[in-house]
Design a protein around this ligand. Structure first.
Ligand SMILES: [Fe+2]
Length: 297
């Protein structure tokens, strides 16, 4: 019975992905450095990248976004997204799990902010994603910035190991220096290679917590401001909450076209943005796809 149940679930999950007929991979000029990174990503399920251009973006995010919101004393203000600048929208933070986890800021920001484009449309990152997926990839939703200041009495650790959607790859950029004593993401290298047929693609947290016991390695997504991690979220991961310094990050999600969510950028803005930009096709496609998703409000 279990095998029939798992097979049905597998087919259902695969359908969600397969129904998006995205273009097959085209030859990209992938140099040796990038090819090695793709191999490493395939092997471990994550990559750590450090370079000055990411640090510049982290500094910009801190000054232009975090400090601006912190001026409001981290209080949730009406969405600024309706302003002419439309640079960020504040996510509802009243959910108990956010408050308990010390979430102070969680805001979607614009794909159209040119000062972010050196990271959002970075050639190396997109070549790695394209090479990893072996097909077209898309931004699943907008970039999100988050600040967590966990002051809970109990250390929450390994208690929330889970997996996300199949074929979702996420990026975390550290906007503050993050050490082992600060809240950070923990990842189980190699666990993205588990059998989807035997264990399901999306599994309950209880099952994840049981299965993860067979893996001994843990990687901690720590590092200086500007450190960037790319990881396959079908591998086990969790938040490791610590009472250290505030953790500030930018978070990006990619899929091959499935599980897309609303994008708040104005479709006309995006059209103009594409017209005026010189991005390769695979980036233009991603933004074009975003046009189809209307704002919620
Ligand atoms: Fe997750």
């Amino acid at each position: 019975m279990e095998i029939i149940k798992n097979s049905k679930r597998f087919i259902k999950d695969c359908y969600a992905i397969a129904k998006y007929k995205t273009p097959a991979i085209r030859p990209l000029s992938i140099n040796n450095k990038v090819r090695k990174k793709i191999e490493e990503f395939n092997e471990n399920g994550f990559l750590k990248l450090e370079c000055d251009r990411f640090l510049d973006v982290a500094k910009y995010l801190d000054d232009a976004y975090f400090k601006k919101i912190e001026e409001h004393n981290n209080v949730i203000v009406e969405s600024d997204f309706q302003n002419p600048n439309r640079r960020f929208s504040i996510k509802e933070l009243k959910k108990n799990e956010y408050v308990a986890g010390g979430m102070q800021i969680s805001a979607y920001i614009s794909l159209l902010d040119e000062k972010l484009s050196s990271l959002l449309f970075d050639d190396e990152i997109h070549s790695i994603l394209y090479g990893y997926y072996k097909r077209q990839h898309y931004f699943r939703n907008q970039p999100r910035i988050m600040k967590v200041d966990y002051k809970g009495v109990n250390k929450i650790n390994n208690g929330n190991m889970h997996v996300d959607h199949l074929h979702q790859v996420s990026i975390i950029l550290n906007v503050s220096d993050i050490s082992m004593n600060d809240t950070h993401t923990e990842y189980v290298p190699g666990s993205h290679k588990r059998s989807f047929l035997r264990h399901g693609i999306q599994m309950p947290v209880e099952k994840s917590m049981e299965l993860v016991k067979s893996y001994s390695n843990r990687v901690h997504f720590t590092g200086k401001k500007g450190t960037l991690y790319i990881f396959d979220t079908s591998g086990f991961h969790c938040g490791n909450y610590q009472q250290g310094n505030s953790r500030k990050i930018m978070h990006l999600n990619f899929t091959t076209g499935h599980h897309m969510t609303s994008v708040y950028d104005d479709p006309d803005d995006i059209k103009t943005y594409i017209k005026n930009s010189n991005w390769p096709d695979y980036i233009n496609n991603s933004l074009n796809k975003a046009i189809k998703f209307k704002p919620d409000f």
